[in-house]
Design a protein around this ligand. Sequence first.
Ligand SMILES: [Zn+2]
Length: 217
Amino acid sequence: MVARAPWRAWRERTQRIVGRFRFWLGLIVGLGLAVIVHEVPYINWKPLVPPIETRPLVVRQDAKGDGRFKAPRSGGRRHRGIDLVAPLGSPVKAFRSGTVVQVGTHRGLGRFVVIEHRHQLTSLYAHLATTGVAVGERVKQGAVIGTVGKTGNAHHPWITPHVHFEIVRGGQPVDPATLGVQAMVFSSEGPKTAGGQLVQSTVAYLQGSQTDDRGGE
Ligand SMILES: [Zn+2]
């Protein structure tokens, strides 16, 4: 019983303080809850949501080009993203939550959307048929932002419909594979998982096909 006295005193003092600041404590807790309710939808529950629904993800390999990250492009350039094969008109999704910073049309990229994410990441989705978001709009992870198309330099009939998906960190393109985007490459030697180590194995394929870059960035 002796030990309960300090506890009782502490409790009474706490109750006094709570009673005095009841309004402000309520306000702080209420604001905290409001912020939580507002922010929960934008939590990235997964490291990524693939931008298209096709499974498995397949990297574009057609007569007009190679859709892998860093594949050669005209003028000594390198492919800044990956081209994921997808049916025309199918939904394109935000790979993480973020804020739309660009919606527009570009000669090469066609109709495109750029989303800014946390940790200095931005993602770009190009050759879209339609876009369903506006600049400044906040999007949840997996939200549909547009549909697959063949706009920009992907219009050539020999080019397989695809999404050009590009991730940039601090101005530099990042290999989506390093963020967990696992996509298959079907070369002349059969299916492989996309990644840097595969570049040599498909050299023979590249020599015959990817020189014309005008079709499909
Ligand atoms: Zn591309």
